[in-house]
Design a protein. Structure first.
Length: 332
């Protein structure tokens, strides 16, 4: 009897081992669970380590199938500053405090999904045929390629998926030396949540902030020059020019070398109109702000300033790298 019992136990252990889930099965289950949901809401925190000091942001996402999105990414603890919205009319970046709206002719987020959009994560898992899955006590952990616009500077990502819920718990985006540069911690994900089309209306966001904007102090009273801090050995600042136009100051920085580019900056002018401004290119997430990126340029607003970088030599990834490195202060 004892021998028979041992045989049964050994056989059960063997069956359990044989039944261990494969990475293909996990990816299939994840894709089915995430893609079948008619919508979702999520909150997360995002830590960006690419600057001189780590920065932490609160992230809130709505998605309703097929193509409605509402995303806010704001410095932790601050009130809502900027939104990216996709509705039936197009893609918009909305800055309520400025009553400023940019409209894009863009397929976002198809070309430039971010780690806090779980649909983009599911597509990443399917796309990389060389990904590797490991496990810890609570999570399946996938290491795979990134596919967004900054994939050259940040080529690798790790996606942790809870074994019980089959929902993501953490995304780490790594540089070429496999050092964490962006970490997204998911706090709450609710699948199946849908919002009505009118809840994605851009006008609603702008109108709600109209009175606030009228009294907001958004003008830079002191012109402070910002410089990119990206360290490219064979690219140097060769000219810094300040020009006056209609009473407004503009600074133009010229960088020459192997990776030449021109950077312009000027204070934002308060605009009484809340009509959308058409922007070419695609929305580009810079962590603390959302800009517009094309094949040869990137534009964004920050700290009461408007920035523009142009180059025929830099890739989109390099344009994004320069923009993300821009800080107030002296050129080193």
């Amino acid at each position: 009897m004892k021998i028979r019992l041992l045989v049964v136990v050994a056989f059960c252990i063997f069956l359990a081992a044989c039944g261990k889930v494969t990475q293909e099965e996990v990816i299939e289950d994840v894709n089915k669970k995430w893609s079948e949901a008619k919508g979702y809401e999520l909150t997360a925190s995002m830590e960006v380590k690419t600057g001189s000091e780590p920065r932490i942001y609160d992230v809130n996402v709505w998605h309703t199938k097929p193509d409605f999105y509402r995303v806010s990414v704001n410095p932790q603890g601050e009130t809502e500053q900027q939104l990216i919205v996709r509705n039936e009319e197009g893609v918009f970046v909305v800055t309520p405090a400025l009553r400023k709206t940019h409209k894009f002719q863009s397929e976002w987020p198809k070309q430039n999904g971010q780690g806090y959009l779980i649909g983009a994560l599911a597509e990443d898992l399917i796309a990389d045929k060389n990904l590797v899955m490991t496990e810890d006590e609570e999570n399946f952990v996938f290491e795979l390629e990134t596919r967004n616009v900054d994939r050259t500077a940040l080529p690798v990502q790790q996606i942790s998926i809870n074994k019980k819920t089959m929902l993501p718990t953490k995304v780490s985006v790594l540089d070429g030396e496999l050092q964490e540069q962006v970490v997204i911690q998911f706090k709450d994900i609710k699948l199946g949540v849908q919002h009505k089309a009118e809840e994605y209306a851009v006008e609603k966001f702008s109108d709600n902030e109209e009175k606030k904007a009228a009294s907001a102090d958004i003008v830079n009273t002191e012109f402070k020059v910002y410089y990119p801090t990206v360290d490219w050995a064979h690219t140097k600042l060769t000219e810094e020019l300040e020009v006056q136009e209609d009473g407004n100051s503009r600074v133009i920085l010229t960088f020459e070398g192997e990776k030449p580019f021109t950077m312009m900056q000027q204070p934002i002018n308060y605009n009484e109109s809340i009509l959308p401004v058409f922007s070419t290119g695609d929305p580009a997430d810079l962590g603390d702000t959302i800009g517009a990126i094309t094949e040869h340029s990137i534009q964004w607003d920050k700290d009461g300033m408007s920035f523009f970088i142009a180059s025929t030599k830099l890739s989109k990834e390099e344009l994004l790298e320069v923009a993300a490195s821009v800080q107030e202060g002296s050129q080193k």
